[in-house]
Structures are given as C-alpha cells and as structure tokens.
Design a binder for this molecule. Structure first.
Ligand SMILES: CC(=O)N[C@H]1[C@@H](OP(=O)(O)OP(=O)(O)OC[C@H]2O[C@@H](n3ccc(=O)[nH]c3=O)[C@H](O)[C@@H]2O)O[C@H](CO)[C@@H](O)[C@@H]1O
Ligand SMILES: C=C(OP(=O)(O)O)C(=O)O
Length: 435
C-alpha cells in the first residue's frame, strides 16, 4: 500500500492541463470490441483503471498498439471467447467498475457475455439491474449464478425495442446503447443518461457507422446496422479533474490556469464553484483562478443556507461533491452538501473533522460544512483514502493544512488521477510518494 507524504501550507502557481477523461475512456475502450477494424484513441490517461481495462482487452485478444504517450490503436479482429470462461478473466474484469461495459459490445457482436461482480469505489450500493433489464428488452437471456457471483448474458439476433430505463444510469446507458447499435430494427432508450461522455460515445459510434439520434438528450433513437467500422477518437478533458483543480486552487490560495478545459462541456460545474465564492476567469478555453485569501459561500435568495446536491446530468455530478465539501471547510459561510446518489461517500468527513474542520454529518447522505474562513488552518494528520474522490479531497485538505500529513491507500487516487504528485509538485506542491 503506497502513501503520499504531503507538506501543507504551500501555494501553487502555474499552468496545468487536465488529463483525458477517465470515465469516458472506460466507455470508449469497451466500444473497440464492436468492430473488427482498427480504432485509434487519443488523450488516454495513464491511470490504474484505464491501464487495467487495456490489459484486459489485450488478454481477450484485442491487438493493442501504443502509438504515442497518450495514443493507442486497438483491433478486435481475433477475440478469444473461451478466455471469458477463465478465472483470470473474471478476476481481472471485476477489479474495476468500467469493465461492466464490455458486456454490451460482446453481446452485440458475439451474442454472449460473462462478468463477475464489477469493482470500483465502495461508495454504497451499485446495482446493475438497469443494464440487464435493457439487454433483456433487446431479447437477450440473463442468468445470475448466485453462488459464483457471475452474470451471464446470451442472445444472438437481438431485436430493437422501446425501453424506459428505471434510472438514468451512466454505464447502464452506455452498455445498452452498445448492445443496441447492431440489433435489428429500431431501439428507443428513454430516461437515458446524457452526460458529455455519453455524447462522445454516441458521436464515436455514429462515426463507426451506427445510426443514433437524440444525442445529448435523455431520449435516444437507434436504427440498427449490420456492422460497424473503425474510427479515430479523442477523449475530452476530465471534468472531475478540472473541478478538483478549482477546489484545490481555492483551498491553497493558489493562482492556477487550467489549460484547454473545453468549458462549454463542463455544464454546471464552474457555476457551482462560483456559488461557493471562488473567483475564476474564462480566458478563451482556459480557466484562470486567481489566488484568493477569502471566498464566501452564497446563500439562496431568501437568505437560507445554500445546498449543493448531485443530480443526473445536466445536474451536478456526484463525483465532485467530496471536492466541494473539502473546499467549503475554509470558505466563509455554510453549505449543506447533499449526496443523493451514493450512501457511503460522505463518511470520509471524520478525517476532515480530525484535521479541525467544522462539519456535521447529518446522515449518510448529508453533511453541513461551517467554513472557517481561514481563521484556523486545518492540521496535518495521518489518514487513509477510502475512495478516489475522497482521496483527492484529503490530498487537497493536506495541501492546505499546517504541518505534514500522510495519506495511505493512494492506489485509490491513482485509479483516476495521472501523475498527480509530479504534476502538482511542478506547480510548487511538496508531495512525496512513499512505497
Ligand atoms: C465508471 C463510471 O463511469 N463511473 C461513474 C458512473 O457510475 P455508474 O454508471 O456505476 O453509476 P450509475 O449512473 O449507474 O448510478 C450511480 C448511483 O446513482 C443512483 N442513481 C442513478 C441514476 C438515477 O436516476 N437515480 C439514482 O439514484 C444509482 O442507483 C447508483 O447508486 O456514474 C456515476 C454517477 O454519475 C459516477 O459516480 C461514476 O463515477
Ligand atoms: C465513482 C467513481 O469511479 P468508479 O465508478 O470507477 O468507482 C468516480 O470516478 O468517482
């Protein structure tokens, strides 16, 4: 288990370029299974989850070629379906959440898929019903081996269907969409998730020959085609990394420019940080955050305490609520953070409380943060990172704190943030990786 030793109280200065988006990468990488032709992908981040998925694709028979530091080509012209029956496959596939999205493409192209319980953050229940109900609507048969915890999905000759998803699941929508693109006839997916990464997936599939309309809305229409061809795709900048850098700049009183942020695809994210009093300027496609001694959380118009809650896109992404929460600890004012989607994602606040933050955990979904307005700095402590976003929130807390902190279990952070220690040290941070 590796750790970060973080010297607090340092101000950062300079430019940082966001990595390619983790959660988009996981969808796009699974989509390479949909064609026997070559697919080239650019801006692939060098992070644990993505590397694991690339390795898994390689084991499945996909020919993987590294073309440059962030570019790869993939060719799925010799998939070894018998590998899906091995223990090695089940173990590797279950080590990350994103692997669940190999099921849709496998079903579409080969009429069969297998998976053991997918991994990912332990942040509450993470059900998969939406995925399987969608596959069943297309005519596939689903079987769950309870003893071995293996999901089986089988079905040749999928047929297009109308479906109203029981929840706008991100990976569920991607999975069903990829299963539907080669189903016979017309599929309609209502209550689809529509975040930018899904829009990117739709655009990529359309370039491969799919016929999807309604992109960007929660009503997708798919006209099935016989086969798909190769394409080139470039990932968006990671919006969760961008949000993390905004929070980090405010907490550490740093002057940072986030380069090439594709601001028009960030939805409500910049506005939400602005409501916390954080000043930022859009300079072309860069976000300039000046060093700011104080930032004051707005209230609602009637003077009541601001609530920041997650919601499906175009609402505020749940993956940034932990960052909002830590950033509020040194703001002036009070905010109620309401994590509606996941029930175990706020428990990391006990570490922030140990550091001196004023937080009341109201229940598993809600925490009230009373900002200290920098009257008292947080204190450096030793702590463990429970999940990817809490991990980065603790890193931000440690960077702003007085003294030195140690963060254990940084494998969680490495799941989704590329060379984060080196990139932040280049701006003036002091983070040492201890193995
Ligand atoms: C690999 C990947 O892409 N992971 C992301 C993906 O996970 P993932 O696709 O697994 O998450 P889902 O969108 O399926 O659902 C997330 C949670 O929200 C609940 N839910 C979802 C939709 C809804 O309308 N109502 C509702 O309550 C679900 O029951 C679940 O507990 O989307 C999540 C929600 O943005 C993000 O946190 C994850 O980072
Ligand atoms: C929850 C997340 O990831 P995963 O779905 O891979 O666990 C995340 O990226 O914040």
């Amino acid at each position: 288990m590796a750790s970060f030793r973080v010297k607090g109280g340092l101000k950062l200065k300079g430019e940082i370029t966001p990595q390619g988006a983790k959660n988009e990468a996981l969808q796009i990488l699974c989509a390479v299974l949909l064609t026997a032709q070559k697919v080239t992908i650019h801006k692939i981040p060098n992070i644990r989850d993505v590397n694991k998925l690339i390795e898994l694709l390689g084991e499945m028979g996909v020919r993987v070629e590294k073309l440059g530091p962030e570019s790869y080509s993939f060719q799925a012209d010799a998939i070894k379906l018998d590998y899906l029956e091995t223990k090695d496959f089940l173990i590797k596939a279950s080590s990350l959440r994103g692997s669940v999205m190999i099921l849709g493409p496998l079903l579409a192209r080969f009429g069969t898929g297998r998976l053991s319980k997918p991994g990912g953050d332990k942040i509450g229940r993470r059900r998969m019903d939406t995925h399987f109900t969608g596959f069943q609507k297309l005519g596939a048969e689903f079987h769950y081996d309870k003893k071995k915890e293996i999901y089986h999905i089988d079905g040749k000759n999928l047929k297009g269907a109308y479906m109203l998803l029981d929840e706008a699941s991100v990976t569920g929508t991607a999975n069903i969409l990829m299963a539907a693109v080669m189903a016979e006839g017309k599929t309609t997916i209502y209550n689809a998730a529509c975040e930018p990464y899904l829009q990117q997936l739709c655009d990529m599939l359309n370039r491969m020959g799919a016929k999807i309309t309604g992109v960007g809305s929660n009503l997708l229409h798919v006209e099935g085609v016989k086969e798909l061809k190769g394409t080139d795709h470039t990932l968006l900048p990671d919006m969760i990394e961008i949000g993390s850098f905004i929070g980090m700049a405010a907490m550490t009183q740093s002057e940072i420019t986030i380069k090439d942020a594709q601001i028009h695809r960030l939805g409500i994210i910049p506005e939400t940080f602005k409501r916390m009093g954080i000043k930022m300027e859009f300079r072309g496609d860069d976000i300039f955050i000046p060093a700011q001694k104080h930032y004051e959380i707005e209230t609602f118009i009637d003077g009541s305490i601001l609530t920041i809650a997650d919601a499906i896109w175009p609402g505020f992404t749940p993956d940034l609520l932990s960052i909002v929460l830590v950033t509020a600890t040194q703001a002036k004012g009070t905010v109620l953070v309401h994590q509606k989607m996941f029930e175990s994602r706020l428990f990391f606040v006990d570490k922030l409380i140990d550091m001196g933050a004023q937080i009341i955990l109201c229940d598993p979904h809600r925490a009230t943060v009373i900002g200290l307005d920098r009257k008292y700095p947080l204190r450096g402590i030793r702590m463990t990172s429970p999940d990817i976003r809490a991990g980065v929130s603790l890193l931000i807390a440690a960077m702003s704190a007085e003294g030195t902190s140690v963060i254990d279990n940084i494998e969680q952070i490495d799941r989704g943030y590329q060379y984060i220690d080196q990139r932040l040290n280049a701006l003036g941070a002091d983070i040492v990786r201890v193995d």
